[in-house]
Design a protein around this ligand. Structure first.
Ligand code: TXA
Ligand code: MG
Length: 320
Protein backbone atom coordinates (compact mmCIF):
# COMPACT_ATOMS: atom_id res chain seq x y z
CA UNK A 1 0.00 0.00 0.00
CA UNK A 2 1.26 3.43 -0.90
CA UNK A 3 2.43 5.68 1.91
CA UNK A 4 0.68 9.03 2.23
CA UNK A 5 2.45 11.75 4.21
CA UNK A 6 3.97 15.18 4.40
CA UNK A 7 7.68 14.33 4.27
CA UNK A 8 9.00 16.55 1.47
CA UNK A 9 12.65 15.56 2.07
CA UNK A 10 11.77 11.88 1.65
CA UNK A 11 9.69 12.56 -1.45
CA UNK A 12 12.49 14.64 -2.98
CA UNK A 13 14.98 11.84 -2.39
CA UNK A 14 12.60 9.34 -4.01
CA UNK A 15 12.45 11.53 -7.11
CA UNK A 16 16.23 12.00 -7.19
CA UNK A 17 16.60 8.20 -6.95
CA UNK A 18 14.30 7.52 -9.93
CA UNK A 19 11.02 7.00 -8.07
CA UNK A 20 7.53 8.34 -8.70
CA UNK A 21 5.80 10.67 -6.23
CA UNK A 22 2.33 12.22 -6.30
CA UNK A 23 2.38 15.82 -5.09
CA UNK A 24 0.01 18.77 -4.75
CA UNK A 25 0.04 21.78 -7.05
CA UNK A 26 -2.39 24.70 -7.08
CA UNK A 27 -4.32 23.08 -9.97
CA UNK A 28 -4.52 19.31 -9.40
CA UNK A 29 -2.19 16.67 -7.94
CA UNK A 30 0.68 15.67 -10.23
CA UNK A 31 2.48 12.33 -10.62
CA UNK A 32 6.14 13.32 -10.71
CA UNK A 33 9.46 11.80 -11.72
CA UNK A 34 12.87 13.12 -12.77
CA UNK A 35 12.14 14.42 -16.28
CA UNK A 36 15.70 13.70 -17.44
CA UNK A 37 15.56 10.03 -16.38
CA UNK A 38 13.68 8.05 -19.08
CA UNK A 39 13.27 4.97 -16.87
CA UNK A 40 11.66 7.03 -14.12
CA UNK A 41 9.35 8.73 -16.64
CA UNK A 42 8.37 5.33 -18.07
CA UNK A 43 7.00 4.41 -14.64
CA UNK A 44 4.58 7.36 -14.84
CA UNK A 45 3.12 6.09 -18.11
CA UNK A 46 2.81 2.55 -16.67
CA UNK A 47 1.10 3.69 -13.44
CA UNK A 48 -1.33 5.97 -15.28
CA UNK A 49 -1.92 3.54 -18.16
CA UNK A 50 -1.33 6.57 -20.29
CA UNK A 51 -0.81 6.19 -24.05
CA UNK A 52 2.69 7.15 -25.14
CA UNK A 53 1.35 9.74 -27.63
CA UNK A 54 0.32 12.11 -24.82
CA UNK A 55 3.26 14.32 -23.74
CA UNK A 56 4.07 15.33 -20.15
CA UNK A 57 4.57 18.77 -18.64
CA UNK A 58 7.98 19.48 -17.07
CA UNK A 59 7.69 21.31 -13.74
CA UNK A 60 10.43 23.72 -12.66
CA UNK A 61 11.12 25.72 -9.50
CA UNK A 62 13.27 28.50 -11.01
CA UNK A 63 13.37 30.58 -14.16
CA UNK A 64 16.90 29.43 -15.12
CA UNK A 65 15.59 25.92 -15.81
CA UNK A 66 13.83 27.30 -18.91
CA UNK A 67 17.18 27.73 -20.67
CA UNK A 68 18.14 24.16 -19.94
CA UNK A 69 14.90 22.77 -21.42
CA UNK A 70 14.54 24.84 -24.60
CA UNK A 71 16.72 25.84 -27.53
CA UNK A 72 14.57 28.92 -28.06
CA UNK A 73 15.75 32.41 -27.22
CA UNK A 74 12.30 33.87 -27.96
CA UNK A 75 11.91 36.62 -25.36
CA UNK A 76 8.13 36.14 -25.33
CA UNK A 77 8.63 32.89 -23.34
CA UNK A 78 10.21 34.75 -20.43
CA UNK A 79 7.63 37.50 -20.76
CA UNK A 80 4.82 34.98 -20.21
CA UNK A 81 6.74 33.17 -17.48
CA UNK A 82 7.53 36.36 -15.57
CA UNK A 83 3.90 37.46 -15.72
CA UNK A 84 2.17 34.17 -14.85
CA UNK A 85 4.68 32.00 -12.93
CA UNK A 86 4.52 30.52 -10.47
CA UNK A 87 1.01 29.78 -11.66
CA UNK A 88 -1.39 27.69 -13.74
CA UNK A 89 0.21 28.28 -17.15
CA UNK A 90 2.11 25.68 -19.21
CA UNK A 91 4.20 27.10 -22.03
CA UNK A 92 4.98 24.78 -24.96
CA UNK A 93 8.38 25.61 -26.46
CA UNK A 94 10.98 23.96 -28.76
CA UNK A 95 12.76 21.34 -26.67
CA UNK A 96 16.50 20.97 -26.07
CA UNK A 97 18.36 17.69 -26.55
CA UNK A 98 18.50 16.89 -22.84
CA UNK A 99 14.72 16.34 -22.71
CA UNK A 100 14.11 12.62 -23.42
CA UNK A 101 11.65 11.73 -26.18
CA UNK A 102 9.50 9.76 -23.73
CA UNK A 103 8.60 13.04 -21.96
CA UNK A 104 7.45 14.80 -25.12
CA UNK A 105 6.06 11.80 -27.04
CA UNK A 106 8.87 12.47 -29.51
CA UNK A 107 7.50 15.92 -30.32
CA UNK A 108 10.06 18.65 -30.95
CA UNK A 109 8.44 20.73 -28.22
CA UNK A 110 8.16 20.54 -24.44
CA UNK A 111 5.57 22.00 -22.07
CA UNK A 112 7.06 23.80 -19.04
CA UNK A 113 5.34 25.12 -15.93
CA UNK A 114 6.28 26.51 -12.51
CA UNK A 115 3.48 25.52 -10.11
CA UNK A 116 2.26 28.00 -7.51
CA UNK A 117 2.34 25.71 -4.51
CA UNK A 118 4.91 25.82 -1.69
CA UNK A 119 5.11 22.01 -1.35
CA UNK A 120 5.55 21.51 -5.11
CA UNK A 121 8.26 24.16 -5.30
CA UNK A 122 10.09 22.77 -2.26
CA UNK A 123 9.85 19.22 -3.67
CA UNK A 124 11.28 20.24 -7.04
CA UNK A 125 14.09 22.32 -5.47
CA UNK A 126 15.07 19.66 -2.95
CA UNK A 127 15.06 16.89 -5.55
CA UNK A 128 17.55 18.85 -7.66
CA UNK A 129 15.55 17.72 -10.71
CA UNK A 130 13.11 19.15 -13.21
CA UNK A 131 9.99 17.09 -12.67
CA UNK A 132 7.82 15.57 -15.41
CA UNK A 133 4.28 15.28 -14.07
CA UNK A 134 0.88 14.62 -15.58
CA UNK A 135 -2.22 14.82 -13.42
CA UNK A 136 -2.16 11.94 -10.90
CA UNK A 137 -5.18 10.03 -12.22
CA UNK A 138 -5.60 7.00 -14.47
CA UNK A 139 -5.67 8.12 -18.10
CA UNK A 140 -9.01 9.62 -19.12
CA UNK A 141 -10.41 9.69 -15.58
CA UNK A 142 -11.23 12.56 -13.21
CA UNK A 143 -8.17 14.55 -12.07
CA UNK A 144 -7.35 14.50 -8.33
CA UNK A 145 -7.75 17.55 -6.11
CA UNK A 146 -6.96 15.65 -2.88
CA UNK A 147 -4.43 13.01 -1.82
CA UNK A 148 -7.35 10.62 -1.25
CA UNK A 149 -8.34 10.89 -4.93
CA UNK A 150 -4.82 9.85 -5.94
CA UNK A 151 -4.86 6.89 -3.60
CA UNK A 152 -8.21 5.75 -5.02
CA UNK A 153 -6.91 5.58 -8.60
CA UNK A 154 -3.17 4.97 -8.17
CA UNK A 155 -2.56 2.73 -5.16
CA UNK A 156 0.92 1.72 -6.39
CA UNK A 157 2.68 5.10 -6.41
CA UNK A 158 5.89 5.15 -4.32
CA UNK A 159 4.64 8.01 -2.14
CA UNK A 160 1.79 10.55 -2.04
CA UNK A 161 2.68 13.95 -0.60
CA UNK A 162 -0.46 15.25 1.08
CA UNK A 163 -1.01 18.98 0.77
CA UNK A 164 -4.76 19.02 1.34
CA UNK A 165 -7.23 20.23 -1.25
CA UNK A 166 -5.87 22.09 -4.28
CA UNK A 167 -7.10 25.66 -4.73
CA UNK A 168 -7.57 26.26 -8.47
CA UNK A 169 -9.08 22.81 -9.03
CA UNK A 170 -8.65 22.41 -12.81
CA UNK A 171 -5.50 21.87 -14.83
CA UNK A 172 -3.24 24.62 -16.13
CA UNK A 173 -3.86 26.58 -19.29
CA UNK A 174 -1.58 25.19 -22.03
CA UNK A 175 -0.30 27.75 -24.51
CA UNK A 176 2.10 27.75 -27.44
CA UNK A 177 3.51 30.50 -29.65
CA UNK A 178 3.73 31.09 -33.38
CA UNK A 179 5.07 34.12 -35.28
CA UNK A 180 1.85 36.04 -34.67
CA UNK A 181 1.24 35.34 -31.00
CA UNK A 182 -0.17 32.80 -28.54
CA UNK A 183 -2.44 29.81 -29.19
CA UNK A 184 -4.38 28.22 -26.32
CA UNK A 185 -4.12 24.41 -26.53
CA UNK A 186 -6.05 23.77 -23.30
CA UNK A 187 -8.23 26.21 -21.40
CA UNK A 188 -7.59 26.84 -17.72
CA UNK A 189 -7.62 29.50 -15.02
CA UNK A 190 -5.39 31.84 -17.03
CA UNK A 191 -7.79 33.04 -19.65
CA UNK A 192 -7.42 34.26 -23.23
CA UNK A 193 -8.02 37.78 -21.89
CA UNK A 194 -5.24 37.40 -19.27
CA UNK A 195 -2.79 36.24 -21.95
CA UNK A 196 -3.84 39.04 -24.30
CA UNK A 197 -2.60 41.56 -21.75
CA UNK A 198 0.93 40.30 -22.40
CA UNK A 199 0.97 39.05 -26.01
CA UNK A 200 -1.28 39.24 -29.08
CA UNK A 201 -3.34 36.13 -29.88
CA UNK A 202 -2.49 34.22 -33.05
CA UNK A 203 -5.18 33.84 -35.69
CA UNK A 204 -4.20 30.16 -36.06
CA UNK A 205 -6.44 27.50 -34.55
CA UNK A 206 -5.00 24.72 -32.41
CA UNK A 207 -6.19 22.08 -34.89
CA UNK A 208 -4.20 23.74 -37.66
CA UNK A 209 -1.08 23.37 -35.54
CA UNK A 210 -1.63 19.59 -35.50
CA UNK A 211 -0.58 19.46 -31.87
CA UNK A 212 -1.44 16.76 -29.42
CA UNK A 213 -3.23 18.20 -26.44
CA UNK A 214 -6.16 17.11 -24.30
CA UNK A 215 -8.04 19.90 -26.03
CA UNK A 216 -8.10 17.58 -29.03
CA UNK A 217 -9.44 14.56 -27.18
CA UNK A 218 -13.22 14.46 -27.13
CA UNK A 219 -13.43 12.19 -24.10
CA UNK A 220 -11.43 12.85 -20.94
CA UNK A 221 -11.85 13.54 -17.22
CA UNK A 222 -14.63 10.93 -17.06
CA UNK A 223 -16.28 9.82 -13.85
CA UNK A 224 -17.09 6.10 -13.63
CA UNK A 225 -20.82 6.92 -13.62
CA UNK A 226 -22.79 8.49 -16.47
CA UNK A 227 -22.70 12.27 -16.45
CA UNK A 228 -25.19 14.51 -18.27
CA UNK A 229 -25.17 18.26 -18.70
CA UNK A 230 -28.64 19.77 -18.35
CA UNK A 231 -29.74 21.44 -21.56
CA UNK A 232 -27.18 19.38 -23.53
CA UNK A 233 -28.77 15.95 -23.13
CA UNK A 234 -32.04 14.50 -24.37
CA UNK A 235 -32.07 11.78 -21.69
CA UNK A 236 -35.00 11.59 -19.31
CA UNK A 237 -33.50 11.93 -15.85
CA UNK A 238 -35.03 10.22 -12.81
CA UNK A 239 -34.03 12.73 -10.12
CA UNK A 240 -34.34 10.21 -7.29
CA UNK A 241 -31.41 8.23 -8.79
CA UNK A 242 -29.24 11.21 -9.61
CA UNK A 243 -26.63 13.38 -7.94
CA UNK A 244 -27.03 16.99 -9.03
CA UNK A 245 -24.08 19.37 -9.44
CA UNK A 246 -25.70 22.79 -9.20
CA UNK A 247 -24.46 26.23 -10.12
CA UNK A 248 -26.00 29.49 -8.95
CA UNK A 249 -29.48 28.24 -8.04
CA UNK A 250 -31.26 25.64 -5.92
CA UNK A 251 -32.55 22.96 -8.30
CA UNK A 252 -36.20 21.98 -8.46
CA UNK A 253 -36.98 18.28 -8.30
CA UNK A 254 -36.52 15.43 -5.93
CA UNK A 255 -32.80 14.79 -6.51
CA UNK A 256 -31.10 12.16 -4.36
CA UNK A 257 -28.26 14.56 -3.53
CA UNK A 258 -27.47 18.12 -4.49
CA UNK A 259 -23.92 19.48 -4.39
CA UNK A 260 -23.04 23.05 -5.32
CA UNK A 261 -20.22 24.06 -7.61
CA UNK A 262 -21.01 27.54 -6.34
CA UNK A 263 -24.23 28.59 -4.69
CA UNK A 264 -23.67 32.24 -5.51
CA UNK A 265 -22.68 31.55 -9.12
CA UNK A 266 -18.97 32.30 -8.77
CA UNK A 267 -16.96 30.65 -11.58
CA UNK A 268 -13.63 30.56 -9.74
CA UNK A 269 -15.26 28.81 -6.81
CA UNK A 270 -16.98 26.46 -9.27
CA UNK A 271 -13.65 25.46 -10.87
CA UNK A 272 -12.20 24.71 -7.44
CA UNK A 273 -15.10 22.34 -6.69
CA UNK A 274 -15.66 20.64 -10.05
CA UNK A 275 -13.44 17.54 -9.79
CA UNK A 276 -14.13 17.38 -6.07
CA UNK A 277 -17.86 16.94 -6.68
CA UNK A 278 -17.34 14.45 -9.52
CA UNK A 279 -15.16 12.32 -7.20
CA UNK A 280 -17.75 12.56 -4.43
CA UNK A 281 -20.59 11.36 -6.67
CA UNK A 282 -18.36 8.61 -8.14
CA UNK A 283 -18.00 7.26 -4.60
CA UNK A 284 -21.67 7.70 -3.67
CA UNK A 285 -24.69 5.46 -4.34
CA UNK A 286 -26.19 7.54 -7.17
CA UNK A 287 -26.71 5.88 -10.56
CA UNK A 288 -25.75 8.93 -12.54
CA UNK A 289 -24.73 12.56 -12.26
CA UNK A 290 -26.36 15.62 -13.77
CA UNK A 291 -24.67 18.99 -13.92
CA UNK A 292 -25.76 22.53 -14.59
CA UNK A 293 -23.92 24.21 -17.43
CA UNK A 294 -22.00 27.33 -16.40
CA UNK A 295 -21.60 30.57 -18.38
CA UNK A 296 -18.77 30.30 -20.91
CA UNK A 297 -16.84 33.36 -19.88
CA UNK A 298 -13.42 33.53 -18.19
CA UNK A 299 -12.62 30.27 -16.40
CA UNK A 300 -16.15 29.10 -17.30
CA UNK A 301 -14.74 28.13 -20.72
CA UNK A 302 -12.34 25.70 -19.02
CA UNK A 303 -15.11 24.34 -16.77
CA UNK A 304 -17.45 23.61 -19.72
CA UNK A 305 -14.52 22.07 -21.65
CA UNK A 306 -13.94 19.63 -18.75
CA UNK A 307 -17.66 18.93 -18.24
CA UNK A 308 -18.31 18.21 -21.93
CA UNK A 309 -15.32 15.88 -22.18
CA UNK A 310 -16.38 14.14 -18.97
CA UNK A 311 -19.92 13.68 -20.36
CA UNK A 312 -18.87 12.70 -23.89
CA UNK A 313 -18.51 8.95 -23.46
CA UNK A 314 -21.97 8.80 -21.91
CA UNK A 315 -23.74 10.76 -24.62
CA UNK A 316 -24.78 7.53 -26.37
CA UNK A 317 -25.71 5.63 -23.22
CA UNK A 318 -29.00 3.94 -24.07
CA UNK A 319 -30.33 2.81 -20.68
CA UNK A 320 -30.50 4.85 -17.54
O1 TXA B 1 -2.19 21.78 -14.07
C1 TXA B 1 -1.57 20.95 -14.74
O2 TXA B 1 -1.16 21.19 -15.88
C2 TXA B 1 -1.33 19.56 -14.11
C3 TXA B 1 -0.40 19.74 -12.92
C4 TXA B 1 0.02 18.42 -12.32
O3 TXA B 1 0.70 20.51 -13.28
N1 TXA B 1 -0.77 18.67 -15.09
C5 TXA B 1 -1.50 18.17 -16.11
O4 TXA B 1 -0.81 17.27 -16.89
O5 TXA B 1 -2.65 18.46 -16.29
P1 TXA B 1 -1.52 16.32 -17.96
O6 TXA B 1 -0.44 15.45 -18.46
O7 TXA B 1 -2.68 15.66 -17.34
O8 TXA B 1 -1.96 17.28 -19.09
C6 TXA B 1 -0.94 17.99 -19.79
C7 TXA B 1 -1.30 18.11 -21.21
C8 TXA B 1 -0.98 16.83 -21.94
O9 TXA B 1 -2.07 15.95 -22.03
C9 TXA B 1 -0.55 17.31 -23.30
O10 TXA B 1 -1.53 17.06 -24.29
C10 TXA B 1 -0.29 18.81 -23.13
O11 TXA B 1 -0.48 19.13 -21.79
N2 TXA B 1 1.08 18.97 -23.52
C11 TXA B 1 2.19 18.67 -22.82
N3 TXA B 1 3.30 18.85 -23.56
C12 TXA B 1 2.87 19.27 -24.78
C13 TXA B 1 3.52 19.59 -25.99
N4 TXA B 1 4.84 19.53 -26.12
N5 TXA B 1 2.74 19.99 -27.05
C14 TXA B 1 1.41 20.05 -26.93
N6 TXA B 1 0.72 19.74 -25.81
C15 TXA B 1 1.45 19.35 -24.75
MG1 MG C 1 -4.55 14.92 -17.07
Amino acid sequence: MTAVGRDVEYAAKLIADGGVVAFPTETVYGLGANALNPNAVAKIFALKERPSFDPLIVHVADFDSINMLTTSTDERILKLAKRFWPGPLTIVVPKSDIVPGIVTSDLETVGIRMPNHPIALELISKSGCVVAAPSANKFGRVSPTRAEHVLKQLPDVDYILDGGKTTVGIESTVVTLDEEGFIVLRHGAITHADLSEVLPPSSAKKQEKNLISPGLLKSHYSPNKPLFILGETNKTIDPTRAGYIAFGHVPQGNYKYVEFLSEKGDLIEAAAHLFEKLHAFEDSDVDYIVADPVPETGIGIAIMDRLRKAAYRYSNTAEL
